[in-house]
Design a protein around this ligand. Sequence first.
Ligand code: ADP
Ligand code: MG
Length: 365
Amino acid sequence: MDAVATPPPAAVEIVALTKRYAAGTPAAVDQIDLRIESGSYCCLLGPSGCGKSTTLRMIAGHESVSVGDILLDNRNITNLPAAARGTAMMFQSFALFPHLSALDNVAFSLKMKGVGKAERHKRAGDLLERVAMGHLAERKPAELSGGQQQRVALARALITQPRVLLLDEPLSALDPFLRIQMRAELRRWQKELGLTFIHVTHSQEEAMALADTMVVMNHGLIEQVGSPHMVYNHPASEFVARFMGGHNVIDTPTGPIAVRNDHMRVSGPDEAGIAAHITDVEYQGTYVLMGLEVTEAAAGRKGVSVLLNEAAFLARPYAAGEQVRLSWDAADARVLGPGVKRPAERSTPSARGRGHRDELAAVAA
Ligand code: ADP
Ligand code: MG
């Protein structure tokens, strides 16, 4: 068998998954349901402390599950040891062993499994070739650039032939330039390898750049699941609209709406629209970013932003301190839902979770 052949990717299904670190404390992950398609790039996105790493570690088998199930292609892996799941975790590049060569770093887990030296070096060498690092196999991590170390870290995760690769903030230790470069590499590798990637990040920009599917989490719950385009253009709740950025949340008599800041128009104080005054104007090159304060109580008196392209701004250059009106096309306004409720506040458990639990019970019977 070809040593570098990757096994087929697997779908991951999470059913009513819950983690409570200590009795009497709020659940860090609260009965979440999620299906991640086989061969897709999924990003778990949300602010610090929302439960992303806990979810990933439960999938990896590095954290016990309080309640719920994890399935890999319909196989229940909830109680399997990490090494028997078909998943592997890619750690940040600084987790490489400094005293070992790139080759021995990649071969390390095979050594632990008792695979002979010739065989493990052959397989590690093939993988390093695959990530274009074959010529640097004998270098120690300190003799490699940040990007090269990242590739060694990837090869090290792939040596166990996982069907699902798990990545927890893999780019956060890199400088901004390298982060963008390595982001493109991760995306390319995922396509080339055809594996399912589950990538945790708190950066909406990173998730937008990488994901086929974005899962936006908040306080241990999933607020929204969808493609980056879908989530950005149709945020489900005020939380998602604010977290994704680039949106203004405006109060209306029928509830809050979100409008992208590049879909808002600024006009003179006698035109139609909601009244606002400009607090600051920032020239950004292609765009001009304006900060404004809405002065109408009914619209919420909130701070909002407007992104104008340079030509539009130059045609009528507004300045800080001016009183203006804000407007937008009705088609660009997105009605926001109230956000996801905690399971304890829901009248019935989610139909999906309940259905799957019934199926699982049927399988177990
Ligand atoms: P994220 O990765 O989204 O920043 P985590 O999954 O690390 O969030 O944490 C979710 C919640 O669980 C936080 O409130 C955090 O303090 C708590 N938590 C994480 N790990 C532990 C742990 N080992 N013991 C107790 N609480 C934890
Ligand atoms: Mg984390």
